[in-house]
Design a protein around this ligand. Structure first.
Ligand SMILES: NC(=O)c1ccc[n+]([C@@H]2O[C@H](COP(=O)([O-])OP(=O)(O)OC[C@H]3O[C@@H](n4cnc5c(N)ncnc54)[C@H](O)[C@@H]3O)[C@@H](O)[C@H]2O)c1
Length: 337
């Protein structure tokens, strides 16, 4: 298939482009590089030996998206092109709502005009709100605590409403848990701008000496060791989940919702210790007060994706820790060469 990957130069997008190319699909990327570098795409092409057609466009701009669809035959769309920093979304709600919701609407509009009807959407476990664990796809969604989460809920709703009136459409809403890790080559990985928002890039930057100490936000949660528990998933497993979901959309119409997680919770300190062990390093850390809005513990019920997609996260926490460090060590400045 020829797949338009919106946001394909980013962290999850670049790994998914690689897996798509390796699975024999053709890839067209639309990305405005607001949180990524074109270098990621150059490296994916190097690793796979296959070309990517790149459009440096903002997918909220209808005319620019229209031009891609006029120039290229497209069979399906994967939409990664979102802003993702939860804290920033609280400070800049208009920017977040505009970017994340209008991008979904614009893609839908242009796809409909061109008869393209397969849509894979990057959703997030954040849509569950503070539900009981494990999170299951059939749960009623609870309010999220920030604009970022709301943009995911809104986009899910938009796509569900579109699919309800377009009988030929098939939509996959993929609810990611916590992606970490990198391609085992160490050539592509997560390249956060500024201070990382997520745990693993922070840990790897402490390991490399770029930051002094890790801050652990709270050790008095009702969890195994008091620190927050998340469901970390290797980005390569996540990328493979997208290809399986896309293949499923060729067989089934309507809206398909899948958790993409491992089904296992790992605490902050468990992850830090696993990282130390896998890489024979020490990560100095301080325990700090809880952060507003953080949930104590969540992880996926990942059984639906296994049952229906035949997909299951295969890589271990050790793999994730080793590959994250391998990427950081080889690219201390990220894609800045
Ligand atoms: N990384 C996570 O922890 C996580 C968890 C759950 C869901 N998600 C979602 O998955 C998607 C991808 O996340 P990621 O971690 O790869 O983030 P990322 O920032 O690395 O990738 C997003 C890409 O989209 C591009 N982009 C953003 N807005 C755009 C626009 N209007 N037009 C064109 N390009 C645009 C950015 O330049 C970037 O390359 C996002 O939608 C994010 O919300 C991520």
């Amino acid at each position: 298939m020829r797949i338009l990957v919106a946001g394909g130069a980013g962290y999850i997008g670049s790994h998914t482009c690689l897996v798509l190319l390796e699975a024999g699909h053709e890839v067209i990327v639309a990305d405005n590089l607001c949180n990524s570098k074109e270098e990621s795409l150059r490296r994916v092409q190097q690793l796979t030996g296959k070309p990517i057609l790149f459009y440096p466009v903002d997918v909220t701009e209808e005319a620019a998206v229209e031009k891609i669809f006029q120039e290229q035959h497209i069979d399906g769309v994967i939409h990664f092109a979102g802003l993702k920093a939860v804290g920033e979304s609280v400070e800049q709600p208009v920017r977040y709502y505009y970017n994340n919701v209008v991008s979904t609407l614009t893609l839908c509009k242009v796809m409909k005009r061109h008869g393209v009807n397969k849509f894979v959407f990057s959703s997030s476990a954040t849509v569950y709100g503070e539900n009981a664990i494990p999170f299951v796809e059939t749960m009623q969604l609870l309010p999220t605590t920030n604009p970022y989460g709301e943009t995911k809920v809104m986009s899910e709703r938009i796509l569900t409403d579109v699919a309800a009136v377009e009988p030929d459409w098939s939509v996959a809403l993929l609810r990611y848990f916590n992606p970490i890790g990198a391609h085992p080559s160490g050539r592509i990985g997560e390249d956060p701008q500024g201070i990382p928002n997520n745990l693993m890039p922070y840990v790897t930057q402490v390991a490399s000496g770029k930051r002094e100490r890790l801050r652990v936000w709270g050790n008095d949660y009702p969890t195994v060791d008091g620190t927050g528990v998340r469901d970390y998933i290797h980005v390569m497993d996540l990328a493979e989940g997208h290809v399986r979901a896309l293949e499923k959309l060729c067989e089934e119409k309507g809206v398909l919702v899948y958790n993409l997680g491992t089904g296992h919770g790992v605490s902050v300190l468990q992850l830090v210790h696993a990282f130390e062990k896998a890489n024979d390093l020490t990560i100095p850390y301080d325990i700090c007060p809880r952060r507003a809005g953080d949930i104590a513990e969540f992880y996926a019920d990942a059984s639906k994706a296994e049952r229906e997609l035949g997909w299951k996260a295969a890589r271990t926490i050790e793999d994730m820790c080793r590959d994250s460090w391998n990427w950081q060590r080889q690219n201390p400045q990220g894609y800045e060469v």
